[in-house]
Design a protein around this ligand. Structure first.
Ligand code: HEC
Length: 126
């Protein structure tokens, strides 16, 4: 009996988290307190995200394998699978395989602060 109650509690908690996630994806613009999109653009240039992505505001290179990031700020999902929310995006840009094992996007040489700046920059790509 106790176990069944507990299971139901876990299921309801998960449902609440999932619904919360859905609600949050519709909030725009997405906020990253203290993050700076201009610094993020520079960090993205330094680690050469554009080797694999076309990125508005970064002229060269214009890699193709990761897809264009034009309009990324308006997309509901990251890599078609993860909710496009600030905390998840920050983790994604630094260490995508920790979220989707086997993804074609390798971990990036960004500090935690730089990852927040890069995420803020990506949210300017409307
Ligand atoms: C070696 C190539 C490579 C590099 C370098 C790279 N990415 Fe990616 N990126 C990918 C691939 C491949 C995907 C698709 C991943 C998937 O679908 O599993 C991806 C997906 C993404 C996505 C999700 C796009 C979408 O349409 O949902 C974002 C955002 C992203 N990358 C940002 C970055 C940023 C920012 C950098 C630099 C810090 C970067 N990437 C560096 C290969 C790369």
């Amino acid at each position: 009996m106790y176990i069944r109650e507990r299971r139901r509690f876990v299921a309801m908690s998960l449902a609440a988290i999932t619904l919360g996630a859905c609600a949050e994806t519709s909030v725009r613009p997405r906020q990253l307190a203290g993050a700076d999109p201009a610094r993020g653009r520079d960090a993205a240039e330094r680690v050469v995200c554009a080797a694999c992505h076309e990125i508005p505001g970064i002229a060269w290179p214009r890699g193709r394998m990761g897809g264009s990031l034009a309009g990324f700020g308006g997309r509901p999902l990251i890599a078609g699978r993860l909710p496009n929310q600030p905390d998840i995006l920050v983790r994604w840009v630094r260490d995508a395989p920790s979220l989707i094992p086997g993804t074609g996007m390798p971990p990036q040489d960004l500090s935690p602060a730089e990852a927040r700046d890069v995420a803020a920059f990506l949210y300017t790509l409307e």
